[in-house]
Design a protein around this ligand. Structure first.
Ligand code: HEC
Length: 141
């Protein structure tokens, strides 16, 4: 092996062997359940939950698909992604997508925004919702 490849090999080894230890701890995303109990979000599991969203959404800025880009969605006003053709229901909902709002929305999107064109039944598990929000936050920087 050539010596000039050594730093690369070393970096790869560090990345490989430190990966389990690098598992991010669940974080407080400012979400509470119906009983007022805080639910921490695990971005790593959220990445798996996001597979359900990824048919329609990307977290890359400006990447609109069937749904608008979710880059930086936490804290954003509803219906404000450029070049995305929202339904009037979403656009005029007046919602600011705080983590708590997204948490409630994802339980049953059509309930919070009647007439939305987001054709997704929702995530029944509170933990899945918190985890996907942690993922969105972690991947919007
Ligand atoms: C079948 C496609 C589809 C799936 C699956 C889907 N969405 Fe959506 N989503 C949409 C569409 C379309 C809109 C725009 C709704 C409108 O204009 O009425 C939307 C809107 C949203 C919004 C509001 C964005 C804004 O700018 O106002 C959020 C937040 C959101 N989706 C999150 C999610 C998350 C998180 C998941 C996965 C748990 C998910 N969606 C799954 C299609 C989808």
């Amino acid at each position: 092996m050539k010596f000039d490849k050594l730093p690369l090999v070393a970096a790869l080894a560090v990345a490989l062997f430190s990966a389990p230890g690098a598992k991010a701890a669940p974080v407080d995303i400012g979400v509470v359940d119906d009983a007022g109990k805080a639910i921490l979000g695990d971005a790593e599991h959220g990445a798996t939950v996001f597979h359900k969203c990824a048919i329609c959404h990307s977290v890359q800025a400006g990447a609109n698909r069937i749904g608008p880009s979710l880059h930086g969605v936490v804290g954003r006003h509803s219906g404000t992604v450029e070049h995305f053709n929202y339904s009037a229901a979403n656009k005029n909902s007046g919602i600011v997508w705080t983590a708590q709002k997204i948490f409630e929305y994802l339980k049953a999107p059509q309930k919070m925004v009647p007439g939305t064109k987001m054709a997704f039944p929702g995530l029944p598990e509170a933990q899945d919702r918190a985890d996907v929000i942690a993922y969105l936050e972690a991947n919007s920087k």
